[in-house]
Write a protein that binds this ligand. Structure first.
Ligand code: AMP
Length: 476
């Protein structure tokens, strides 16, 4: 049987109270609610009460899993949480997180967002040493590596230092070890991780919206290659690696992160508005209405409308009780999901020339279906504008993007895709327009899915030389 390697595209959070008598379970729960968009497959919370770690996790949305009774089972001043993204790989409770491991001083809980490109090799090495794996997730590789180092190094900080030398890829991780939370981010800072505080708690989370939800203040990002240790509400920073050229995931700004999050100093909303404005400059069109694909296209469409002065109008209504299209595996289910998800507002469409704006085209299913809906509702013209350049290559860094064969832009020109989706015209933001809108130099972004050039060596793929430079390991 071929083993499916599961990628962990997720949201993570750790909360540590300054007061040992406080209970952080609800804070972790609220933070996970704020991070729900980063994963809808499963969710889990682990809390340390001073003696033991209690964990509650299950398949489904945060709201489905946690009721009062379940949250009340969790008490203690330190905890972590995780929401896991749906993938086409194994969708089972065994892969849900936090992952737990027993060691001499108790139980350690680990939650991870990202994808290790050398997970297979590391796993083989660990298996050769007699380690037994229970899941197919990269996170278990991190767990075993960490335990191995912890047993020989003793100090958790030294263990993290040692495993960061071995792990290659995208990883933002939170570890709950006794009354301490450790957060660390890969040397290229591919996946986001930030730190914040309230009057009573320190927080480390995938996105700043989790901190906002707890009425906290954003302190800043965990830097690429940095580890933070939080204990008794106090935080210590350790720069473990230094790399001249980080590679923040461009797709976080395009699609994955919430628009109200600040990632690496940039408000995602502002980047998306500017992408929309740049799109209007690059691909203007005579039209009566600019309309978004809800919700993913909204901010881009507002930017396009503001720059073009073409009326902004809702033409599509989303059923908000349906999860993201990709949750449903298999092409047939995905197409049904698009119809379940969206309906038209006919009077806003009939007889009008429409500019339809979305964030991205992956397989082409969504755009094709929605353009078809607009035609059926009587549109006179349909011009599609997309807030990302064509996605031409797979993601190896933790976004569930589809295989190269499934990516429509990997084998069709823009004109070819335009014909498939049935639009009068199709325009994608240029690479320059995108980079300008995000406001981070292109050398400091991972644009692998848009260029086929990656920040790390991946067999059979091209590598961005500036980013591939050897990481420097810093001794404190
Ligand atoms: P497709 O229908 O395959 O072309 O997918 C494009 C739609 O899926 C767009 O409306 C995006 O908002 C959304 N999308 C893009 N990337 C992802 C992803 N990695 N996971 C889930 N949905 C996505």
């Amino acid at each position: 049987m071929v083993e499916v390697q599961v990628h962990d595209m997720c949201g993570i959070v750790g909360v540590c109270s300054k007061d040992p008598c406080r209970n952080v379970a609800r804070s972790v729960y609220y933070a996970l609610y704020a991070l729900q968009h980063r994963g809808q497959e499963s969710a889990g919370i682990s809390i340390y009460d001073g003696k033991i770690v209690r964990t509650e996790k299950a398949m489904g949305l945060v709201s489905e899993i946690f009721d009062n009774a379940r949250i009340n089972k969790l008490t203690g001043p330190t905890g972590i949480g995780h929401v896991r993204y749906s993938t086409t790989g194994e969708s089972t409770i065994t892969n849900s997180q936090p992952l737990l491991v027993r060691y001499k001083d108790g139980v350690i809980a680990i939650a991870h967002n990202g994808n290790l490109v050398n997970a297979g090799k590391l796993k083989e090495e660990l298996e050769a040493m007699g380690r037994v794996f229970h899941t197919t997730s990269d996170t278990e590789v991190i767990v075993h590596l960490f335990m191995k180092e912890l047993l020989s190094q003793q100090e958790p900080a030294e263990a993290v230092r040692a495993i960061m030398r071995k792990m290659v890829g995208a990883y933002s991780v939170v570890v709950l070890i006794g009354d301490t939370i450790i957060g660390f981010r890969d040397p290229l800072g591919i996946k986001p991780l930030c730190i914040g505080k309230t009057d009573t708690e320190m927080i480390v989370a995938s996105e700043s919206v989790a901190i906002d939800t707890l009425n906290g203040e954003l302190i800043g990002d965990v830097k690429p290659g940095e580890m933070v240790m939080i204990k008794n509400g106090e935080i210590r920073y350790h720069q473990i690696t230094h790399h001249q050229c980080p590679a923040h995931c461009v797709f976080e700004y395009i699609y994955f992160a919430r628009p109200d999050s600040i990632l690496d100093g940039k408000l995602v909303y502002e980047a998306r508005i500017k992408i929309g404005a740049n799109l209007a400059d690059e691909y203007p069109s005579e039209a009566d209405t600019v309309t978004p694909v809800p919700d993913s296209g909204i901010t881009f469409a507002i930017g396009y409308h503001q720059r073009s002065d073409i009326k902004y109008c809702e033409c599509l209504m989303k059923n908000r009780y349906i999860g993201r299209t990709f949750i449903m595996p298999g092409q047939e289910m995905r197409e049904t999901a698009v119809r379940l998800k969206m309906n038209t507002i006919r009077p806003n469409i009939e007889g009008n020339r429409i500019i339809l704006v979305d964030d991205s085209i992956v397989r082409g299913t969504t755009s094709r279906r929605i353009v078809d809906m607009l035609w059926r509702a009587g549109a006179k013209e349909v011009h599609v504008r997309i807030g990302s350049p064509p996605i031409v290559a797979p993601c190896y860094m933790g976004i569930n993007m589809a295989t190269r064969e499934e990516l429509i832009a990997a084998y069709k020109t823009v004109a070819g895709v335009e014909a498939v989706i049935g639009a009068d015209s199709l325009g994608h933001i240029s690479h320059e327009g995108l980079v300008d809108a995000i406001g981070i130099p292109k050398e400091r972004l991972c644009m692998g899915c848009l260029t086929g050039v990656y920040p790390l060596e991946i067999p059979g793929e091209k590598c961005h030389l500036a980013q591939a430079k050897i990481t420097e390991y810093i001794r404190e």
